[in-house]
Design a protein around this ligand. Structure first.
Ligand code: BES
Ligand code: MN
Ligand code: ZN
Length: 487
């Protein structure tokens, strides 16, 4: 990270910064805390101004004031936080970080009374912008130092989480000409050597030797070869008895739909179809810093889904890595195919639990909108563990039913199953397909097609690739480490 964090416990009026951001909860007013201290230096003038401008601390409200040297900060920005919750510190930090970027400041201070959550993590998330391909109109990042007034500087873990989210966002935002299966694989190799992870990459020849026919089928229409990426975190002194878990992410670097070509309007953002894989890579980067006491496998099947001369066709039948056969009835239902082989491979690592993340269906967006991911699974305890981790991480989920009664839609006349059902319940039949390749291992499937991509900045969420899932996965792994090694 280019900037440093400093905890500040001195007098707020003498803090010399370009921008002082004061978080104000709804109804909190200027009676106490940092806001009151600053207002005192203005002889009560800020309180009067806030009343005049109807600034009540509602979420989204803000008030920017030049201080004319009444205090040492050059400018004060009051930010409304709405009703405070466990993530208010992160929200304040994110809003402050985004303003610091827009206002091009060198030094920033963030203050707010009784905030929980990491403001420092928020600043980094809010400061993020994807501009590496801009050659014009981009100013150098000036931010050097952030004072957190009465708030802890981010821990090593929080810094690593912020880096993991930024990595996932960069990969999702990156153009598909550069973020290819090969590039995801080389990114994983670099992560491994920089942060002490193990890494194995299966290229096309290795996938053929292993018999990963579904992953190979999806990639057949492209000149870019597929990869299966396998990162492993292994704690010091791990033995065969050390519990393991597996994180599996869909790494479809461009989804044109294949021969079932998507219509214009549905293809434009399909570079984001590797967001599940990006979240797994970002989480593995953070997990290397968290150093849990369990083994963590990070597995990403990666391919393009195009429509070249060798593309897979409707009516084609392939024998999956697990051995079950699949009849292709829609080449645009490709995520479940590459995941099927990856989940069977993940299961071979003998994990206690498997969590997969995938931008799997448009149907989940119809059901839940774009802010929430759907949770499916075969085990209520593991579902509850992921839900709890998601809530603690401040990412939104909703539990969906794995209705086995819908499986009849997926029956094939010639193979063990088709890869699509009917239209209704499309997110559920997608999950049911994955379930065919899991066996009895406790498993959770997160359909992140909605929240992986955002149309606008919103709190800690950045426009474009959001890095959704990284924070949930890290929290889940920390808890799984405690849970699986207890007693
Ligand atoms: N990658 C898409 C799902 C998707 C849609 C992600 C919109 C993000 C935004 C997936 O591969 C897909 O095409 N799913 C099909 C499934 C259908 C053919 C059963 C879909 O949702 O239409
Ligand atoms: Mn598709
Ligand atoms: Zn897809």
């Amino acid at each position: 990270m280019a900037f440093e964090f400093v905890r500040y416990d001195g007098a707020i009026a003498s803090l010399e910064v370009d921008l002082l951001v004061l978080g104000v909860a709804q109804g909190e007013g200027f009676a106490s805390g940092a806001a009151a201290d600053v207002d005192a230096a203005f002889g009560g003038g800020l309180k009067a101004l806030a009343a005049e401008e109807s600034f009540e601390g509602k979420e989204g409200q803000s008030l920017l004031v030049h201080t004319f040297s009444r205090i040492s900060a050059k400018r004060v920005l009051f930010l409304g936080l709405g009703k405070t919750d466990p993530q208010s510190g992160r929200l304040l930090g994110a809003l402050a970080g985004r303003r610091a970027r827009d206002l091009d400041v060198r030094t920033l201070a963030v203050a707010g009374s009784t905030l929980s959550g990491s403001a420092g993590l928020g600043v980094t998330l809010g400061f993020y912008r994807y501009d590496q391909w801009k050659t014009e109109g981009v100013k150098a990042k000036k931010l050097e130092r952030i004072y957190l007034v009465g708030l802890d500087a981010p821990s090593v873990e929080h810094v690593a989480v912020a880096e993991g989210v930024a990595l996932a966002r960069d990969l999702v935002n990156g153009p598909p000409v550069s973020i290819t299966p090969e590039k995801l694989a080389s990114t994983a190799v670099e992560l491994a050597s920089a942060h002490g992870l193990e890494c194995t990459i299966f290229d096309k020849a290795a996938l053929e030797a292993k018999g990963m026919a579904l992953l190979l089928a999806v990639s057949a229409g492209s000149d870019r070869e597929p990869r299966l990426i396998h990162l492993t975190w292994r704690p010091a002194g791990a033995t065969d008895a050390t519990p393991a878990i597996a994180l599996v992410g869909k790494g479809l670097t461009f989804d044109a739909g294949g021969l079932n070509l998507k219509p214009a309007g549905s293809i434009e953002d399909m570079k984001m179809d590797m967001a599940g894989g990006a979240a797994v890579l970002g989480a593995m980067r953070a997990i290397a810093a968290v150093k849990p006491n369990i083994i963590v496998h990070g597995i990403v099947p990666s391919s393009e889904n195009l429509l070249g001369a060798s593309a897979y066709k409707l009516g084609d039948v392939f024998k999956s890595y697990l051995g079950k056969t699949v009849e292709i009835m829609n080449t645009d239902a490709e995520g479940r195919l590459i995941l099927a082989d990856a989940l069977a491979y993940a299961n071979e690592q003998k994990p206690r639990e498997i969590v997969d993340l995938a931008t799997l269906t448009g149907a989940i967006c119809v059901a839940l909108g774009n802010d929430r991911a759907g949770i499916f699974g075969n085990d209520d305890g593991t579902i509850a563990a992921v839900e709890a981790a998601g809530a603690a991480a401040g990412e939104l989920y909703w539990k969906m039913p794995l209705d086995h009664s819908l499986w009849k839609q997926m029956k094939s006349d010639v193979a063990d199953m088709k890869n699509v059902g009917k239209r209704w319940g499309g997110a559920i039949t997608g999950a049911l397909f994955l379930n065919q390749f899991i066996g009895k291992t406790p498993w959770v499937h997160l359909d992140i097609a909605g929240p992986a991509w955002a149309e606008a900045n919103d709190g800690h969420v950045s426009k474009g690739g959001t890095g959704f899932g990284v924070m949930t996965l890290v929290e889940y792994v920390k808890r799984a480490s405690d849970r699986l090694t207890a007693g």
